[in-house]
Design a binder for this molecule. Sequence first.
Ligand SMILES: *Cc1c(COP(=O)(O)O)cnc(C)c1O
Length: 550
Amino acid sequence: MPASYLELVASLRQGFPQPVSDRVHDAYFVFSFLRALDQLDEMKSVSPLLGKAVTLDYDAARRSTVDQNPVPLEQVTQMLVEHLSGMFIWGHPRAQINVIPPPTIASVIGGLLPSIYNPNLVSEESSRQVAVAEVEVASMTADLIGYDPLKSAGLFTFGGTGTLLYGVKLGLEKACPGTAQHGARERAVILCSERAHYACLSVANWLGIGQENVIQVPCTPDNEIRTCLLETMARDVLKEGGKIAAIVATMGTTDHFGLDDLKSVHEVRERLVDEFHLDYRPHIHGDAVIGWAWSVFNDYDFNANPLGFRHRTVRSLAGTRRRIQQLPLADSVGIDFHKTGFTPYVSSLFLVRDSTDLELITRKQSDTPYLFHDGHYHPGRYTLETTRGGSGPMSALANLRLFGKDGFRALLGHVVSMAEVLREHLEGHDATTVVNRGNFGPVTLFRVYPDGVDTFGVSEREQKDTSMRDQVRIHNDYNRRIYQLVQADALHGDGVVISLTDCYRETDYGEPIVALKSYLLSPFAEEQYIDAVLESLWKARAKIAAESSK
Ligand SMILES: *Cc1c(COP(=O)(O)O)cnc(C)c1O
């Protein structure tokens, strides 16, 4: 006989946090979580993985069905924990993989509290002071990057891609008023650099702009947009009667940490408005999802250097500030706390310099009959999403408070100085070249070569000389092989996990160039782990040499 539904409800009630304080049950709640943490802790080792690298079994996953009967919490937790087996520990000093930060404890708690009480940021009626937290973070961050917090506005959304979507959407409505109502009726384009994130394509696709209308402007060797070409290409669009939905300035490219010259981009925009007597101002969106955090250095005294960074680090940080301090020139900015702000996923903030821009996307009251009856703050009137959780702003708030400017400066300064150490070594060795030499971030792109290659001029020859095509391909394969060997080493707990990019850029004759990538974001990074990367590279080179001499 199955239990009656009332018996089931009675037992399932134990699976919810109690609505009225019940100390014994609270202890059960906390302890259940603690047990999960304990189990995870047992999966830690010297290797940068939780547990073991498990072969992923999608066939079994596809055969899963829902059980007839409830399963006790303890068993469910156990199963959930097992799903983390084989996960990278991003904060491990032996992990230099991608722009994925380890979240702080404060930000985990910031993310957890809303997941217990489910505030809904659609409106203040359903989120109360968590709505205030969103405004608080938006204002603090606006102030940090140099917007006027009293004029600007912000909202959290579904990732960096979401922030770009909002930026371009505003721009589209400025360039082609009425698109929201009537649909697209004329050609509009997005201009961005060839190193911009593919999110530009996604956004063009989803907004009905069309991917063909994303114009990717060539970059300089330092991975920043060539602004003179931007101007020419924008002019061509306008001459043909097209509209500019947005110019996207990438402030920290994903693989290279390239920073566009936003001031020049802005000047180009102003000139175009005058020259073509435009009745709209093409919207500039700053895709700063990676670079925003460096705005903590906007008011750092590099001469006095009170935090004591090394000379080379000061130079890097100041080099980044030079560009990041131009951010207020953008009409809107995308910020990922879950990239360089050390929060859990997803915590992405869209900031607009002039809050009245949001009127361009605000719904009519009559379209939202069941919401927004009381109070002042109803972001649901202009957000794409209806339900928005509180975890993003709460975890961002946690870290802004936890770190303060000096905390952020120290962490970013530390990872950049570790990247500098890596670069010094790579540049000092004749088998390796750093290929994003002019970019001053935590990410280092480099290529490793077999004996006998003159690495002094190789990058430039590979880039420009068509007769190098075969060499580029051979060296691409060589770097892929190095990557595999380094990876295998790392999973045994000896080396460091780095990553590989299939195309950090193309040669002038259209061949993709592979690069190895070290992305340092762990606060636990130390010089000894930089040495471990190098040792692992030399081991891999020796192994390949031995294989090919057989
Ligand atoms: C990561 C990234 C994005 C996309 O952000 P998500 O948070 O992953 O959606 C957009 N632009 C740049 C430059 C990025 O690095």
